[in-house]
Design a protein around this ligand. Structure first.
Ligand code: IDC
Length: 353
């Protein structure tokens, strides 16, 4: 059986939970995967439906888990990097638990072709499901930064996604990538309008909410996590997102993540080992500090990004996607790709505590 999501304590409990998961409650095979019979022992099969438990994310047995995986680049630009071969590599060579499906709303994304982009997301959810990964559907609003700008579009999009996929146990919804230029209270009001729309279709899938200051818990606006702690979104089974870029965001961000994750459920839905532009030199030392913190506290994370964009944060070398790989192994990877693949593949860096 392949190694999957890390639970507490690490190896023994992982094996035990895996065994329990398979013997007591065999997960129903997802429709798309049953033909291939490929899902037994995968992260999504072993851990099943995820639920927010206190400040953690728990599997179907109530054990805190940490998901690790990759974000796509914008679907409007880099769909060619999301092939059957590349997703096989992500699931079976990288051993990723989760694929974040990054649906830009502007910049040539969803708003230009709602039908076409919604169908692309449907297909990618099925591909992640067939490979036993969690599918994190990312409503990638960015410019403008006020999520209310896209509220009607989000209602339409998530209503269809939630209705179509509500029978699945491997989904997560991220309803606002990086709100910016707006107060926390404005984001909160957006979340409180959209969440009931999603819950009406699918009452159980965890919902992730972007925080102010580009997902910095307010830090980049000179604020901090207390805005959220003092005024949480009035809904259950939700988490708040935090984003960082290690070469740009140092101790102040790290401390905010550490403090916040003691008080509210936090999911790092995007980070890079380089600068906030997604480019420039990597700071692997600083990035490892974040990873150590997230391992210790079972904070799930997703790295930006699984494409061959020229920037240093895109894991593949330019030309890889047009050339159809090679996807597995290290030959096609930039330094950030080699580094992050190692950290997704390896078991817990930290002993249980
Ligand atoms: C970048 C992309 C780049 C694109 C730009 C604007 O790499 O190709 O032109 O967005 O859309 C984020 C955002 C993410 C950014 C990334 C790197 O969520 O969309 O991608 N980043 O700048 N937040 C911090 C960094």
């Amino acid at each position: 059986m392949r190694r999957t999501i890390r639970t507490v304590p690490t190896l023994l409990a992982g094996a035990l939970i895996g065994a329990l998961g398979l013997s007591l409650t065999p997960p129903p095979p997802p429709a798309a995967a049953s033909a291939a019979g490929a899902t037994a022992g995968t992260p999504a099969a072993v851990n099943g439906r995820l639920t927010v438990c206190g400040v953690k994310l728990c599997n179907q047995h109530g054990k805190p888990v940490q998901l690790r995986g990759m974000s796509s680049h914008g679907l409007q630009w880099y769909s060619q990097c999301l092939t059957d071969g590349s997703l096989d590599a992500l699931a079976h060579d990288w051993n990723a638990d989760v694929l974040r499906i990054s649906l830009y709303v502007q910049e040539g994304g969803y708003e230009t072709d709602p039908r076409g982009f919604t169908d692309r997301v449907h297909r990618l959810i099925e591909k992640a499901t067939a490979r036993g990964m969690y599918a994190l559907v990312d409503w990638h609003q960015l410019t403008p930064g006020d999520p209310h700008h896209n509220l009607e579009r989000a209602r339409t999009f998530f209503t269809e996604i939630a209705r179509r996929h509500r029978g699945k146990t491997n989904l997560l919804y991220d309803i606002a990538n990086e709100p910016n230029g707006v107060s926390w209270s404005r984001i909160r009001s957006y979340a409180e309008q959209l969440i009931p729309v999603i819950r009406a279709q699918d009452p159980d899938t965890p919902i992730l909410i972007g925080t102010h200051g580009w997902g910095s818990l307010g830090v980049s606006d000179g604020r901090d996590e207390r805005d959220v702690v003092d005024n949480p979104v009035r809904a259950s089974n939700i988490m708040y997102t935090f984003h960082f870029y290690a070469a740009s965001h140092g101790q102040e961000y790290l401390s905010a993540l550490d403090r916040a994750s003691d008080r509210i459920p936090v999911f790092v839905t995007e980070f890079g080992t380089q600068e906030a532009s997604g480019d420039g030199p990597n700071d692997f030392g600083r990035a490892q500090q974040y990873l150590d913190l997230m391992a210790r506290k079972k904070i799930s994370w997703v790295n930006w990004n699984y494409s061959d964009d020229h920037r240093s944060g895109a894991v593949f070398k330019p030309g890889t996607c047009a050339g159809g790989g090679p996807w597995a192994g290290k030959t096609s990877l930039k330094p950030a790709g080699v580094w992050i693949r190692d950290r997704i593949r390896t078991p817990d860096d930290f002993p249980a505590n």
